[in-house]
Design a protein around this ligand. Sequence first.
Ligand code: SAM
Length: 237
Amino acid sequence: MSERRPAPRKRDRDVLDALGEMIEGRLKRGREKLGALIAEVRREGSAGDAEEFLGYLKAFLADPGVAAIAPSSRYLVARTLKALSLENAKVVVEYGAARGVLTRRLLRDLAPDARLVAVEFNREFYEHFSSRLRDPRLIPVHGDVTRIDEILAGLGIARADRVVSGIPFSFLSEAGRRELLAKTAALLTPGGRFVATYQITGHLIPLLKDYFGSVDIQYEVRNIPPCFVFTGTKTPR
Ligand SMILES: C[S@@+](CC[C@H](N)C(=O)[O-])C[C@H]1O[C@@H](n2cnc3c(N)ncnc32)[C@H](O)[C@@H]1O
């Protein structure tokens, strides 16, 4: 038989009501703040529009490897471009081009005789950016960057001056992370840079120090989600 609890007395009810109102108010303000932040990043920060956002969300729900619910904000793109320092770069490789938000900006800054190999393993994303970005310098690849050595060999490219990555390294095993960093360092020209953007945690820092002569660490809060931007520079000869 179920016991009926005595109804709370008036004073207790008042306390519970006050608590409930306080929680409701906080939730409402939190929702409003989050809504305003998302609206601001969408309006000002993201290079894309509402369609871009929905494209990411859809892919994020369908493919765990996508690991992003929004394209890079313009703040993150600007920080990444600065870290890359593209002047004089002749061959640039992008790991995880997604819907091409960063790719488009890279093309804007690249020299007329440079080449950009942009690799993406989500088919929908690959088809999206490769059909929209028409540029003779762009070589779009539907593939897995853990096999970047084979991909570049297939294209007849031996070395790159810059590599920029948006892939979630946290999804790789420790051995997988090391293998990709070793391949990346090997393909860079002396003095070349590897910029790992969209990194949510700092777990890559000690590994980067094993493969690059110097490592710079930055953090961008104006992105969904806020993230690190690491730059590893290969020791010049
Ligand atoms: C955070 S998003 C990149 C965001 C993009 N740079 C931008 O500015 O919008 C990461 C992308 O990496 C792709 N990706 C993850 N692992 C990959 C891999 N091993 N090879 C190729 N692409 C990969 C995902 O499908 C996803 O599109």
